[in-house]
Write a protein that binds this ligand. Structure first.
Ligand code: HEM
Length: 415
């Protein structure tokens, strides 16, 4: 085992991500010196930190050897033990009483994925573009004017993908704030601003909300995804209760917080790289490649875990059946063997083989939607904003799973 002296808590503890941002220096060292690195952070179960693009890709492409069960994300051992005690039936899911796509393996995973899959095809997503244009205009109109000050994350980026997602899911406009709060509480569970004292009540509250929605969509089905899922059948039977609720929880949370983090990470990148902002203004058609570069740069999903189903070798390391491998997407997206200049933000990269949406079996279902939303935002940004500057400190969410900025105070002039 190579001895590289890093503090493994830097890779796991949400507070560290809050205080210092993503640990890019540590990941860069690991990619160079020990790309599949054994970590034993205090309070967590040990794991292999997988930091190179090729290894993340290889592992993600072989779900039969690298299962999405039992655990999905880095969770303090004490919390996982409490969950296992509370939900012993969910032992093969790390004690998490959710049956989501991201915790399923084939063949079950493919059956479940095919239920929502057709809704996310690029052709179907293209039909949503006119509505995303309207939402984008609505938000820019709200903050139009000279020298307007806003917190880009809380005032703009949080609402942009949320509104479209709520329409897809058939959630009423009055309940958008509820979805936002519940998602912040889930992904920001360790953040002093978002985490709740009664964390055990979060899932029941979500279930309650979606249970009512499912009842409504069964009584009066519409064209939305919620209606498709609420009335879906597998092998002639309605979906089991937990699988159905979990589908809603996954899409309701994964479907906007990630994109919000991409938009705000992208804004921060443009503020840091005014030449790239100038390039976008000169040629707004660059918004298409810029959308991918924003996802590469921000990499809002920080990690997912896979568990080896058999003894194997990854990156020269002997992995034992049952070992956890933590795939660090932001690190894969700065891999020097894939990009000559990975720490440069360059909006014209094409191709851009980033892994921000994952790869293989669990490749992000909402990737086409997210890319379209980011592109539309950038096109409007290029046309409408003539001047933009940061006016306060950038603040990171305390999160090591899905993360990024939670505050980005800016001043802009927007027409
Ligand atoms: C910039 C925005 C987004 C990013 C960075 C992102 C990233 C990811 C990543 C890394 C995965 C896991 C891939 C893997 O394990 O190999 C994933 C899966 C998933 N994403 Fe996204 N996502 C984004 C937006 C969305 C949106 C808008 C939706 C839905 C409206 C969505 C729904 C899902 C679902 C349902 C899965 C599970 C797929 C499966 O397990 O088969 N995501 N996403």
């Amino acid at each position: 085992m190579t001895d590289v002296a890093i503090d493994p808590l830097d890779l796991a503890l949400p507070e560290r991500y809050g205080e210092h941002g993503f640990p890019h220096d540590t990941w860069t060292r690991l990619r160079a010196e020990d790309p599949v690195h054994w970590c034993e952070p205090e309070g967590y179960r040990p794991f292999w930190a997988v930091t190179r693009h090729a290894d993340v890709k290889e592992i993600s492409s072989h779900p039969e050897r690298f299962s999405s069960r039992p655990r999905l994300t880095l969770t303090p051992k004490a919390v996982e033990d409490e969950m296992l005690a509370a939900f012993p039936d969910a032992a093969d899911q790390g004690g998490m009483p959710l049956r989501m796509l991201v915790t399923m393996d084939p063949p079950e995973h493919r059956e479940y994925r095919s239920l929502a899959g057709p809704y996310f095809r690029p052709r179907v997503i293209a039909n949503l573009e006119a509505r995303v244009e309207e939402i984008t205009d609505l938000l820019f109109d709200r903050y139009a004017g000279e020298g307007v000050e806003l917190d880009f994350v809380a005032d703009f980026a949080s609402w942009h993908p949320l509104k479209m997602l709520c329409e897809i899911l058939g959630v009423a406009t009055k309940d958008e704030g509820v979805i936002l709060r519940l998602t912040n509480e889930l992904f920001g569970a360790e953040d002093p601003e978002f985490g709740r004292e009664d964390r055990w009540n979060l899932l029941p509250e979500m279930f309650n909300f979606f249970f009512q929605l499912i009842e409504e969509k069964r009584a009066e089905p519409g064209e939305d995804l919620a209606s498709v899922l609420a009335n879906a059948e597998l092998n002639g039977e309605p979906l089991p209760h937990m699988e159905l609720l979990s589908y809603f929880v996954l899409i309701a949370t994964a479907g906007h917080d990630t994109t919000r983090n991409a938009l705000s990470g992208g804004m921060a990148a443009f503020l840091e790289h005014p030449d790239q902002l100038a390039a976008l203004r000169d040629d707004p058609s660059l918004a298409r490649t810029a959308a991918d570069e924003v996802v590469r740069w921000a990499s809002p999903v920080i990690h997912f875990i896979r568990t080896a189903t058999e003894d194997c070798v990854v990156g020269g390391k002997e992995i034992k059946a049952g070992d956890n491998l933590v795939l660090y997407y932001p690190s894969a997206n700065r891999d020097e063997t894939v990009w000559e200049d990975p720490f440069e933000f360059r909006i014209d990269r094409d191709p851009n083989p980033h892994l921000g949406f994952g790869v293989g079996e669990h490749y992000c279902l909402g990737a086409a939607l997210a890319k379209m939303e980011i592109r539309v935002f950038l096109e409007h940004f290029a046309h409408r904003v003539t001047d933009v500057e940061a006016i306060g400190p950038l603040v990171n969410t305390h999160a090591s799973f899905v993360g990024g900025l939670k505050h980005l105070p800016i001043r802009w002039t927007a027409t």
